[in-house]
Design a protein around this ligand. Structure first.
Ligand SMILES: Nc1ncnc2c1ncn2[C@@H]1O[C@H](COP(=O)(O)OP(=O)(O)OP(=O)(O)O)[C@@H](O)[C@H]1O
Ligand SMILES: [Mg+2]
Length: 329
């Protein structure tokens, strides 16, 4: 094992490589010169295993770093070592960040380009959704976390794997769905709009009946209160007040809202719907989804994402939306 440390201002970065056990733990303990330090970073990029004696040394560091304005963070943790942190409960006591796997851009086959980034085929069974350059890495982290939360709640969605880095961008690896976009299915079968509308409603209900975990998912109303507050000084006070009033008029809920629910975020696999694009999943009233669906459907001629609006050119505008709303309420 090898331990190196680097001190800048009041931050101490300690890098550990190899195995952290009883013998090597002593070396680490000697490096923990923490007086005057307010931020300790333990970089485990090259560390493959930690024994209980090694964990004890980390706990000693944690104890020493306890107190106001002092933080400790463990970074670049491999999946195996992360497993040890989870198994022992240390991941609940410490801020532990996993190592991000680097994947090569060569040979990635583009499946689809979206607003946030692109989706590439990674291998026979997985895809990577790569966010555009400049998008904060936490966006990928968030989408992965929310997709997993949805999966655990029983919402049909793609299995999510790790967050990866690729040529300076961040992405999430998902199972490759052998599926067609629901919007394509609808376009190729416009004579069965009732059936499609019902499927969209059934999908919506699966999400709207699922009780969300507040420890994982944000509260939709609270997030939007924050967004509206940020508009102070940009919009006139009267409009801010009106927005807040409208927001508060929507009832609170413990269930989930997808907030991008259209037929291009649903894929049909073996006749069954699978919902993708979980980055905006939140806890909140289903009425927020209904509102967004309404906007998609009102656009004349429908949108690329929502062909169920295609029928709205000649006075039958409300028909498809009406069917959806009738089935929903
Ligand atoms: N797990 C998957 N398996 C196969 N294809 C997928 C998978 N996830 C996404 N795709 C494809 O990639 C497209 C974009 O994915 P997604 O909707 O998650 O990204 P997005 O950036 O939000 O795109 P958009 O803004 O166009 O909706 C999907 O419409 C679909 O064609
Ligand atoms: Mg999408």
């Amino acid at each position: 094992m090898h331990v190196t440390s680097q001190k800048t201002d009041r931050t101490l970065v300690i890098r550990v490589s190899g195995t952290l056990d009883m013998t090597t733990g002593n070396t680490l303990e000697k490096e923990l010169q923490l007086s005057g330090i307010n931020r300790l970073v333990l970089d485990l990029n090259e560390c493959h295993f930690i024994s209980s004696a090694g964990l004890r040394v980390i706990l000693v560091a944690r104890k020493q770093m306890a107190g106001e304005n002092r933080t400790m963070i463990v970074i670049n943790v491999s999946p195996d070592v992360y497993g040890i942190f989870e198994l022992t409960g240390l991941s609940k006591l410490l801020t532990v960040k996993r190592k991000i796997r680097e994947i090569a851009m060569d040979n990635l086959q583009l499946i689809s380009a979206g607003v946030c980034g692109e989706c590439y085929r990674l291998d026979k069974e997985t895809v990577v959704k790569l966010y555009h350059e400049g998008v904060e890495p936490y966006m990928a982290e968030k989408e992965k976390q929310f997709a997993q939360a949805a999966f655990v709640m029983g919402i049909p969605t793609a299995i999510s794997y790790d967050v990866v880095a690729c040529a300076g961008r961040t992405g999430v690896v998902f199972e490759l769905l052998d599926a067609e976009l629901f919007s394509t299915v609808i376009r190729n079968d416009l004579s069965n709009l009732d059936r499609h509308a019902k499927m969209l409603v059934d999908v919506a209900k699966t999400i709207h009946n699922a009780k969300g975990d507040p420890a994982v998912l944000p509260n939709f109303k609270q997030s939007f209160r924050d967004y509206i507050t940020q508009l102070e000084g940009v919009l006139p006070n009267e409009q801010i007040r009106l927005l807040m009033e409208k927001l508060e008029s929507v009832p609170d809920a413990e269930t989930c809202v997808h907030f991008d629910l259209h037929s291009s975020n649903i894929m049909i696999q073996n006749g069954e719907p699978v919902i993708i694009d979980m980055g905006d999943l939140a806890i909140g009233s289903y009425l927020f989804d209904v509102g967004l669906m309404y906007v998609h459907h009102l656009r004349r001629g429908g949108t690329r994402a929502e062909p169920l609006g295609d029928q709205n050119t000649d006075g039958t505008r409300s028909t498809t939306l009406g069917r959806i709303l009738q089935t929903l309420f």
